[in-house]
Design a protein around this ligand. Structure first.
Ligand code: M6P
Ligand code: ZN
Length: 204
């Protein structure tokens, strides 16, 4: 967002229930057809789209901030409840072109953040109201709505970080979150990785 002119201090309000940010830049709407490869079950994706349905997966309310070094971009995101092929609705997932951190704040609903670094290490954290999740530089991140309601969160990141979707689109993140009979199941491609995800000894 390359805005002309100087940027002045500005206050914006957040509605924790709906995710609305006031004022905000143009709302971003992501539908299934715009992220068909995010979900593991490509047949299920094709079936939904062939039925003429193209569900909204998430929408976002961005703050209008220049994409320039020194600025912090931030936006609220609302992931709708739902699943495709038994896999919960989620964001596309990305690395940052310029490895740099991001901070999330849960505002309402219930979800999980899936994170993976460039060495393949995995981490899953719960995202609910009042919880912050810090994504260190070099960690890809994807957010999953595991609840029955909308998952609403705020994300703050370096404005010039850039979104790199290629690695996740081609290799995925090593865990997926599926709707099981007793609720969400975190399914890992590799049993060793799953142990790492569930490890208790993570430094704080
Ligand atoms: C958060 C931030 C944004 C991101 C959005 C959706 O709000 O991380 O930068 O665009 O989630 O994630 P994605 O672009 O991976 O679908
Ligand atoms: Zn990011």
């Amino acid at each position: 967002m390359n805005l002309p002119g100087p940027v002045l201090p500005v206050a914006r309000t957040l509605d924790f229930a709906s995710g609305a940010m006031v004022p905000h830049a143009e709302v971003v709407v992501r539908r299934l057809s715009q992220m068909p490869r995010a979900f593991a079950n490509s047949e299920a994706v094709a079936t939904v789209l062939e039925r003429g349905e193209d569900p909204v997966i998430y929408r976002a309310f961005p703050a209008a901030v220049p994409e320039q070094a020194g600025h912090l971009a931030y936006r609220t995101t609302v992931i709708l409840p739902g699943a495709v092929g038994g896999e919960y609705f989620m964001t596309r997932g990305h690395h940052h072109h310029k490895d740099s951190a991001e901070l999330y704040l849960g505002m309402s609903g219930r979800g999980l953040m899936l994170m993976q670094d460039r060495d393949g290490r995995l981490r899953v954290e719960e995202l609910v109201r009042d919880v912050t999740v810090y994504v260190p530089p070099g960690w890809a991140h994807r957010t999953v709505n595991t609840g029955q309601d909308e998952l609403v969160f705020l994300a703050v990141y370096f404005s010039d970080a850039g979104h790199d979707y290629d690695v996740i689109e081609q290799q995925g993140i090593g865990v997926r979150v599926m709707a099981g009979p007793d609720g969400p199941e975190v399914v890992a491609a590799d049993a060793t990785d799953l142990l790492a995800v569930k490890g208790e000894s993570w430094p704080t």
